[in-house]
Design a protein around this ligand. Structure first.
Ligand SMILES: CC(C)(COP(=O)(O)OP(=O)(O)OC[C@H]1O[C@@H](n2cnc3c(N)ncnc32)[C@H](O)[C@@H]1OP(=O)(O)O)[C@@H](O)C(=O)NCCC(=O)NCCSC(=O)CC(=O)O
Length: 398
């Protein structure tokens, strides 16, 4: 018997526990992304939106939305909802009518299908059979079903019935980073684990008309958010000669909440769908606190300061958020090029967005400021205000 303080552990138990752990760090082994087919150009969005909400006469609000769209640094966004769907379901637009059932009904199949499209691409790149996935983590703000989107997704992908599932509902825009942090812990604590992480979001759950003339928060949401899904395979201890190829080693992961910021990004699911309102102060709170959060996460690793030595995959919550992070960390302009590119091409897709950014970084490694030591930070931001920090090492295997 081995005495550990007042605990007693048998050597046999210690050996069994040790044998369950991976030797190496978790790594990102493959990435896949997907978007629905319906694409709306940002310069046409104000016309599109006021047409589908039957408010073309409201020229004052329409020109305000047009101005916000123009300064959003977004070129286009993708949506699952179509004109026909909105015509068939006036309750999706008229905020006096209950619409949760309609939104949830559509999400029941649409979310797992979009998730499956991204996951199929990640699994094709990974190169191993679907039944080798041991764990599944699914994140979405679009719905709250039992059983969850994870069960339907596992069936669409042909995962084994023994796959160990974790569902993350309503985590908001940090859900991509949160899911990756949980996947890292699973992969490092379960030898041989291969974790499929999938985040899928549809703005159908939060589409609505403005409440009144003063409702700028609704306009901001409608101007920024888009639909998309992203998937990652995470695993440790890749065998020599295996088809698997580590893209990024996951060096460390942490989460912090900005003090007294609870109301800055608040949402709730109600009869009228998901009402989410990022406050005007959200941008300022992030700008004033993000460096301290990063110092606390990175200093114990000997990595704080000198932010330009690192590459950056920052959640592009909005143009002003990226501007604030860039300014406060004094980042060279190319450091947030991947985040700005994803914002421009897809808008803010919530949880999946930061995974799209990671995908962009591995595609354009040379241009995007991945330094010689290959270290970087994936920064997730969401309600809380939560700051998720994952330190990555780009392996160069692309
Ligand atoms: C939307 C913008 C591109 C617009 O930029 P502009 O330069 O045009 O102008 P601006 O910032 O002055 O905003 C235009 C008008 O909208 C108002 N306004 C801005 N943000 C607002 C908000 N959150 N709620 C209510 N009103 C808001 C301004 O006061 C102004 O009003 P007036 O015209 O009357 O003066 C930028 O503000 C931006 O990127 N903001 C950050 C968006 C954000 O919070 N993203 C986080 C989403 S949540 C997320 O990613 C994570 C999560 O929490 O899950």
């Amino acid at each position: 018997m081995v005495l550990l303080g007042n605990l007693t552990a048998s050597p046999a138990a210690a050996v069994i526990r040790q044998a369950q752990r991976a030797d190496g760090p978790a790594s990102v082994l493959a990435i896949g992304t997907a978007n629905p087919a319906n694409c709306v150009l940002q310069q046409e969005y104000a016309d599109y939106y006021f047409r589908v909400i039957n408010a073309e006469h409201d020229t004052k609000l329409k020109s305000k939305l047009h101005r916000i769209c123009k300064s959003s640094a977004i070129k286009k966004r993708y949506f699952y909802h179509t004109d026909e769907m909105l015509r068939d379901h006036p309750e999706l637009i008229d905020r006096t009518l209950p619409s949760l059932d309609t939104r949830m009904g559509i999400a029941t199949t649409a979310v797992p299908e979009l998730a499956a499209a991204a996951a199929t691409k990640a699994m094709a790149e990974w190169g191993r059979p679907a039944t080798d996935v041991t764990h599944l983590i699914v994140g979405t703000y679009c719905g709250a079903h039992m059983p969850g989107a994870d069960v339907r997704l596992a069936s669409l992908l042909g995962l084994a019935p023994s796959v160990r599932r974790t569902m993350l509902y309503l985590n908001g825009c940090n859900s991509g980073a949160t899911a990756l942090r949980v996947a890292k812990d699973i992969a490092e604590n379960n030898r041989g684990a291969r974790v499929l992480v999938v985040c899928a979001e549809l703005t159908l759950i939060l589409l609505r008309a403005p409440e009144d003339e003063a409702d700028k928060a609704t306009l901001i949401m409608q101007a920024l958010f888009g639909d998309g899904a992203a998937a990652v395979i995470v695993g440790a201890d890749v065998n020599r000669g295996s088809v698997e190829c580590p893209l990024f080693e996951m060096v460390a992961a942490s989460q912090a909440v900005i003090p007294e910021s609870e109301r800055a990004a608040a949402g709730r699911l109600g009869e009228d769908g998901l009402l989410f309102r990022p406050a005007v102060e959200m941008t300022t709170l992030i700008r004033e606190n993000v460096e301290q959060c990063l110092v606390e996460a990175l200093a114990p690793l000997g990595l704080s300061g000198g932010w330009n030595r690192l590459f950056w995959a920052v959640h592009p919550g909005g143009r002003a958020i990226l501007d604030g992070v860039e300014a406060v960390l004094r980042l060279d302009s190319e450091k947030l090029a991947a985040s700005r590119h994803v914002l421009s091409e897809y808008g803010n897709m919530s949880g999946p967005t930061v995974i799209f950014v990671l995908d962009e970084i591995r595609r354009r490694r040379g241009e995007l400021g991945v330094g010689r030591d290959g270290l970087g930070v994936l920064l997730g931001l969401g309600p809380g205000i939560s700051v998720e920090t994952i330190v990555l090492h780009a392996t160069g295997n692309y």
